[in-house]
Each structure stands twice: as structure tokens, then as C-alpha cells.
Design a protein around this ligand. Structure first.
Ligand SMILES: O=C(O)CCC(=O)C(=O)O
Ligand SMILES: [Fe+2]
Length: 247
């Protein structure tokens, strides 16, 4: 579903960023993982994924369902690339919806392999049905027998898109080979949930100027709260809003 050309450009971008990250020796490398957030503001290239028609059809269906008139909207709440190197234990199982056990789907998590996700490089493991569990997964993935029986591994190749309720317990599995294992993770939420990255406001001008109305809606630019009562409107705006940071 993701084109070869798009993947090629992303790999070229990542190869360059790996060199910068190694030279800067800052904490971009968490252990043996390189994590870069805010892809929407990194390069216009990532918008071909962020506004990918298949991803947005799924969001439009799932994240609007049960909202008022099934039509309230959704926005991007996170975008990151995570690249893992060398042998690694399985990632701590977690959720990306921040509140376990919600009865409705608040957020969707999309995983886009940049390199192969396999049994050897690390599949994405999920616990089927765990969106109903009222707690976060136990430390060190010490699952009880019921959850253990529902743990499945999703292998995926570049070009594939994995998607699940962000309230499902998940994480990458044990990595036993030494090849790079990079993936892009996009999180979308119902429109009223506060974005924990300032996506609508931190897009550089050179990217912002290329975005169309649909893309700005995905960025959350129509869902920014009014500054105060002088901005005489409700919680949505009829035009995209950008708040500029003071220098
Ligand atoms: O790498 C994976 O398969 C999952 C990563 C993940 O869940 C995350 O970074 O939030
Ligand atoms: Fe996750």
C-alpha cells in the first residue's frame, strides 16, 4: 500500500538522520533505538503517509463512528520513526491511547514498516482483546495465562500497513538478528482529544504552505481552541488556525 518510491525516499532520509544522530551523540539513541517524533514537521515527504488515502479512510470510518452524526472528525496525535539496531529484548507491551479499557476506540495506531518486521527482526505483537483490560500491561511482559494465550505476532513487510486500536496492548517482539528494524508509527485520535504534540503550530512554513485543506484538517488546524472570548467561536474553526510561538 505504501509505494516503493516513498519507502526509498524515507530510507534515504533515515540514513542521513542516523549519521547526524551519531555525530551529535545526543539522546536520540535510546539504548539501541533511534526515535524521532514530529515527522509531520520534519519533511513534506511524510505527509504522503500521514494523509495516505487508505489510512484516512480507516480513520474516517472508525474514529467518527459513534460521534455526533458519525461525522465529528479526527486529527493526527503523533508521528514517529523508531529504528532498532542489534539484538534486543521485546519492547515493553504498552498502549498508545493513554487510558486502558475504554469502551470506544479513542485512537488508532498505524505501523508502517520501513524495514521488514519478522520473527527475527521483531514482529509487532498484540494481545487480542486487551483493549478491554482496565490496566496497563504488566512490567516485563509478565502476562497472565489468559493474555498470554491471546498474544499474536504480526509480521509485515515494507509496503504493508498495520493498524489497531491504540488501546490494545502491543510492542515489538524480541529481535534476534542484527539488521536495522525501522518503522513509522502514526497515531490518530478523535477530534476533541488534546494533541500531545503541537502539530498544528509547529509545522515549518515551507511544509505548511504545501498542505491542502484535508491535510490541515488532519493536522488539527480546524480544532484549535479559541484564545479567549474575543475569538467569538466554539471549539472548531471554519478556517485553519496557526498559533505562532514568540521568538
Ligand atoms: O515497533 C513496533 O512494532 C511497535 C512500536 C510501538 O508500539 C511504539 O513505538 O509505540
Ligand atoms: Fe506503541
Amino acid at each position: 500500500m505504501v509505494s516503493e518510491n516513498c519507502l526509498k525516499l524515507i530510507r534515504e532520509w533515515l540514513n542521513k538522520r542516523e549519521i547526524t544522530a551519531r555525530n551529535l551523540k545526543n539522546d536520540w539513541f535510546h539504548g539501541s533505538a533511534l526515535v524521532i517524533n514530529n515527522l509531520h514537521a520534519e519533511d513534506y515527504l511524510f505527509w504522503s503517509l500521514i494523509s495516505h488515502p487508505v489510512i484516512n479512510q480507516i480513520c474516517s470510518h472508525v474514529l467518527n463512528q459513534y460521534s455526533y452524526n458519525n461525522n465529528e472528525g479526527y486529527s493526527l496525535t503523533g508521528s514517529a520513526i523508531r529504528a532498532v539496531y542489534g539484538h534486543q529484548n521485546a519492547q515493553q507491551l504498552h498502549i498508545d491511547s493513554n487510558l486502558p479499557g475504554c469502551n470506544h476506540i479513542l485512537s488508532l495506531q498505524f505501523c508502517i514498516p520501513v524495514d521488514s518486521f519478522t520473527g527475527a527482526s521483531g514482529a509487532t505483537q498484540v494481545v487480542i482483546g486487551s483493549q478491554s483490560n482496565l490496566e496497563y500491561p504488566p512490567n516485563n511482559n509478565q502476562l497472565n495465562s489468559k493474555d498470554e494465550a491471546n498474544l499474536i505476532k504480526l509480521s509485515a513487510e515494507p509496503g504493508d500497513i498495520l493498524v489497531f486500536n491504540a488501546g490494545v496492548w502491543h510492542g515489538s517482539s524480541n529481535k534476534s538478528n542484527t539488521e536495522r528494524r525501522a518503522g513509522i508509527f502514526l497515531n490518530y485520535s478523535r477530534w476533541f482529544l488534546k494533541q500531545s504534540f503541537d502539530i498544528a503550530n509547529n509545522i515549518p512554513d515551507n511544509i505548511y504552505n504545501k498542505l491542502n485543506e484535508d491535510q490541515l484538517r488532519i493536522a488539527g488546524s480546524f480544532y484549535q481552541p479559541p484564545l479567549d472570548s474575543s475569538e467569538n467561536r466554539g471549539r472548531k474553526s471554519s478556517i485553519p488556525i496557526i498559533r505562532h510561538y514568540n521568538p
